[in-house]
Design a protein. Structure first.
Length: 320
């Protein structure tokens, strides 16, 4: 009775993973605003790491949960004893997909998962095309960046695995060599840290979060990342970084982007705060990273135990 074919086992795992990931994602999303209030007061590196790990919590915890549910001898420690007919021994999740309800639910989940996979693939292909087009429209400089002919004041890096730095000709003309060095130091920090990949992972890990919450955590991570890279650039030349932010602020006020000055002023203030934090730290930054990892391991463990405890019965109930 409890023997499943390979296809049935795969369907069970996929269905269970999607259902539990969605539920855990919603629970995580509801709890994030409270957590974010604490993160704002922490060092940017610690806050960025915690935000990323928190966003990845639901899919990661669900993956471990589904592995445990496929190993009844381990998972039944956390599952309430129950029977299916005369079978009362520890067992994998028993889903009756032979019913119309079961078949429809599994089909719906598979279609939705396929749609999301196609969207992800299309996004990656589109990004690759944009990167190729940028390469054709830009010219390589003697330094480690490419120049795009544009009057706008722009600096950014493109790519997930091997990011490439781009600077606009308008920005290069507007800044001094020292300021350009500060901009490059900031962008190089993004490249070294693989920040585009971090943001991409968080984007898809929070895909099913309610709109308000997923926008908040993505925005928060982006801000923390900018603060980290400002600090890394400031370690090379703090005066140049502050001067560059002030210069860019004046450029935007002169007509380019009226919404940016307040953000740049905030970044400058955050940079000063971060530098003060780093100067006054009694413990090494590694200690704070380990604290974040430790807290997330505790939350992940709790999420896994609760998912196994309630997930087994929930999945069987959905497809009974």
């Amino acid at each position: 009775m409890m023997e499943d074919s390979l296809l049935t086992t795969i369907l069970n795992q996929v269905f269970g993973w999607v259902v539990l990931t969605v539920l855990l994602s919603w629970i995580s999303a509801i709890g994030y605003p409270l957590i974010s209030r604490t993160l704002v007061k922490k060092e940017a590196g610690q806050s960025a790491l915690f935000s990323l790990l928190y966003g990845l919590l639901a899919p990661a915890a669900t993956t471990v949960t589904m592995i445990l549910l496929s190993l009844p001898a381990l998972s039944f420690i956390f599952v309430i004893d129950h029977c299916h007919a005369t079978h009362c021994a520890p067992h994998t999740v028993h889903m009756q997909k032979e019913t119309i309800k079961g078949a429809m639910l599994v089909s719906l989940i598979l279609v939705l998962l396929l749609c999301v996979s196609v969207i992800m693939l299309m996004q990656l292909l589109k990004s690759r095309q944009k990167l190729k087009l940028l390469g054709q429209l830009s010219k390589k400089s003697t330094a480690a960046f490419r120049i795009v002919d544009s009057p706008a004041h722009l600096a950014w890096c493109v790519g997930l695995i091997r990011p490439q730095i781009y600077l606009s000709s308008g920005l290069i003309d507007a800044l001094s060599p020292k300021q350009i060095e500060a901009v490059l130091a900031h962008e190089l920090a993004h490249v070294v840290r693989k920040d585009n990949l971090r943001k991409w992972l968080l984007h898809w890990a929070t895909f099913v979060w309610p709109s308000r919450f997923k926008h908040q955590i993505r925005r928060d991570l982006a801000h923390y990342i900018e603060q980290i890279c400002d600090v890394m650039a400031a370690k090379v030349n703090s005066l140049a970084v502050v001067d560059t932010l002030e210069r860019y602020d004046s450029l935007t006020k002169s007509g380019f982007n009226s919404s940016e000055p307040s953000y740049l002023e905030s970044r400058r203030e955050k940079l000063e705060q971060e530098l003060n934090i780093h100067c006054g730290q009694k413990a090494a930054p590694l200690v704070y990273r380990l604290q974040s990892i430790g807290i997330m391991m505790f939350l992940g463990g709790a999420a896994i135990i609760l998912s196994v405890h309630f997930g087994h019965h929930l999945l069987e109930w959905l497809l009974r």
